[in-house]
Design a protein. Structure first.
Length: 375
């Protein structure tokens, strides 16, 4: 007879149930009436950083912060005999590590006071939520750009032409006003031209691409111009596989991010920008309109040691027209999110003490001979 992860003999039907629980991509544990762990699936082993055999008969309180609301949730479920959901519970501790923000589902099991706990790690949920928000924002800008191109550029052309005709017979004072009209119409047309990029729905011309060649090119451009006085550090994984992307658009993405970073650290005596690449398997996202799931193991980051993004802007950072720059349009990061989303990836921003990180997760390149994703 087989044994489960806790060393106890189990029946065949119990083994099947354990296989099902191990297939769930969330940590699942069973806690008895004394508060001891009696079962942990594979994801729970990873979450708690211990094997199921080690977790066996250990009190749950040993692995969570002493003031955690999880213990009161368990008591509530036992008393009411009804399941409870709790969102965004912080389980960060020296034992579990930092950034352990989770959603928790607690449900009673049997009549002996046991409860089942299912954890949803928020970092994964937040990545998916942000991806959907960014794509929705990009679609809203796409519609707005198409409307502006048709409804605004033509009248502006007429206004500018009329101003130029008036200028030929105007006095010096009035000529300054006609010149102002021309300059402002040109500025609006330039803004609409930038927004028209969002309405370009043509298929992206993509090829297998070495991301390090893109980053090297962006670094050279930055150090020859806006970041000439800023130290740019590279920390690359040389074994990284290729991405399947449009080179010009990738240059545009990272040039925008590096330029933002350079502006954030401008004037600091220890100003630096760090470019990193890494292979981090684990996150998989569904493809709209199909059952296919794409793995996003390639991580590209732009770090800076500037003051960070204001907390009130974090939730809307990739929305159009959101900016902290006096003369900014707020379209740069919205365009970055659109490009990355169009390539099947996601982008997120993390704020820490004197450190800001823009993280891009991308799929690897397709095999050009078979069309398959090379993992």
């Amino acid at each position: 007879m087989k044994k489960n992860g806790l060393g106890d003999a189990v029946r065949p039907e119990d083994s099947l149930a354990a296989d099902v629980l191990n297939a769930i991509q969330n940590p699942v544990v069973l806690v008895d009436e004394q508060g001891h762990i009696t079962y942990a699936n594979w994801e729970a082993e990873v979450f708690f950083g211990a094997s199921a055999a080690h977790l066996a008969r250990q009190p749950l309180s040993k692995y969570i912060p002493f003031d955690s609301p999880l213990l009161s949730l368990i008591s509530q479920v036992r008393d009411r005999r009804a399941p409870v959901n709790e969102y965004r519970v912080d389980l960060s501790s020296p034992r579990l590590g930092q950034d352990k923000l989770v959603d928790i589902y607690v449900a009673p099991v049997g009549d002996q006071g046991s409860v089942a706990l299912v954890f949803q790690v928020r970092s994964m949920a937040d990545k998916i939520d942000r991806q959907l928000v960014h794509r929705a924002a990009a679609r809203s800008v796409t519609g707005l750009a198409a409307m502006l191109a048709h409804e605004i550029k033509n009248p502006l052309s007429g206004i500018r032409g009329a101003a130029q005709l008036l200028e030929t017979n105007a006095s010096d004072d009035d000529r300054a006003l006609t010149r102002l009209i021309c300059d402002e119409t040109d500025r609006i047309v330039s803004l609409v031209d930038r927004m028209e990029i969002f309405s370009d729905e043509r298929p992206i011309d993509r090829v297998p691409l070495n991301i390090h060649s893109v980053l090297d090119h962006v670094k050279a451009l930055a150090q020859a111009g806006f970041a000439r006085d800023i130290k740019i550090i590279e920390n690359y994984d040389p074994s990284l596989p290729q991405i399947y992307a449009n080179r010009d658009q990738m240059v545009q993405v990272f040039l925008n991010l590096v330029k933002n970073a350079a502006e954030a650290v401008a004037g600091k005596p220890d100003a630096e920008i760090v470019l990193t690449t890494a292979y981090r398997p684990g996150i998989r996202l569904s493809v709209a309109g199909s059952r296919e799931k794409i793995s996003l193991p390639l991580e590209f980051c732009v770090h800076d040691n500037g003051p960070g993004v204001p907390a009130d802007l974090m939730a809307h950072l990739f929305d159009p027209f959101i900016t902290t720059k006096p003369n900014g349009t707020g379209l740069g990061l919205a365009l970055v999110a659109k490009i990355i989303g169009g390539h099947g990836g996601i982008i997120e921003c993390e704020n820490q003490s004197n450190r800001t990180t823009f993280r891009i997760l991308m799929p690897v390149s397709k095999d050009v001979s078979t069309g398959a994703i090379t993992q």
